[in-house]
Design a protein around this ligand. Structure first.
Ligand code: HPA
Length: 280
């Protein structure tokens, strides 16, 4: 059954649509709605990361993302569905995206990466992507924040269309990772495997991810990071370990567990992320 319904029509789905033109239109609407013509950095806050926005600076505007061209209605509890403009102590502006469209929603990859392309069109040159993830490493217990060093995209999709050859050698900026480690030297680094979801992985799939070099499993981020790089942004990726991946933990996985680990850790990881943003 297709999950795309007429109740949420989107110009990105129209034949002949130009996703970059739609992103520019979205950026103009964000500028209008927030009263801020230019944003310097953008952050997508996944499970557990929401408090960073409050600790980073002063929120001067909050808008429902679904009011902006190309954005989809929020599909998930725990995701606020808002865009916020935050004035940082440095005087710079952060666009905080609390509205993520996941690939598993079935709306296509253009909608998944629209927020990133819109952020780039607002002027943002740094994209911070955060998520909740399952850990393959036994030393990364639930509640541990981890820097994403690289990813393995297991969705069999790409946001790039046509003969768009983009280098991903240093997709997750070494500069931004070392800056994060200046704030917290204990931060580990790992390889994030994006699965399509929405089912959690089987234990055998987790073992495959481990065998091919993965340390974290999740359902977001890799496609967004590729789009951010295409748009010329510098990317910082961070995962909050919300659970051990299937088969590493013997108890069943649940969305409730992901949310409760996220809320238990949110003060700590929010403060960490706010400090990192303060150093950019
Ligand atoms: N797998 C996939 N996505 C996730 C997980 C997981 O174990 N935990 C949080 N998001």
């Amino acid at each position: 059954m297709s999950q795309v319904t007429d109740s949420d029509p989107n110009p990105l789905d129209e034949i002949g649509a130009d996703p970059f033109e739609i992103a520019r239109q979205a950026a103009a609407e964000i500028a209008q709605a927030t009263g801020v013509a230019h944003h310097d950095i953008a952050l997508t806050l996944g499970s557990g990361w929401g408090q960073a926005a409050d600790l980073m600076g002063e929120t001067t505007a909050t808008i429902p993302a679904a009011d902006i061209t190309g954005f989809s209605k929020p599909a998930l509890a725990g995701h606020p569905g808002t865009l916020r403009s935050v004035l940082l102590p440095s005087g710079e502006r952060a666009l905080v995206i609390g509205a993520r469209t996941h690939f598993y929603e079935g709306h296509g990859v253009r909608r998944v990466v629209h927020s990133v392309r819109a952020a780039a069109a607002t002027g943002a040159s740094i994209m911070i992507l955060t998520n909740g993830a399952g850990s393959i490493r036994e030393s990364w217990t639930p509640g541990t924040p981890v820097l994403i060093r690289d990813h393995i995209n297991l969705t069999a999709a790409s946001p790039l269309e046509g003969a768009t050859f983009v280098d991903l050698t240093d997709l997750y900026s070494a500069r931004l990772r070392s800056l994060a480690r200046e704030i917290d030297a204990s931060l580990g680094e790992g390889v994030y495997c994006q699965f399509r979801g929405p089912n959690y992985e089987t234990p055998a799939e987790v073992q495959m991810a481990k065998a091919i070099g993965g340390h974290l499993v999740g359902m977001s981020t890799a496609l967004e990071a590729i789009a951010a790089r295409e748009s010329g942004m510098e990317v910082l990726g961070m995962s909050l370990v919300t659970n051990f991946a299937a088969g590493i933990q013997t108890t069943p996985l649940s969305h409730e567990e992901v949310l409760s680990t996220g809320s238990a850790a949110q003060g700590r990881i929010g403060a960490l992320l706010a400090s990192i943003v303060g150093k950019l």
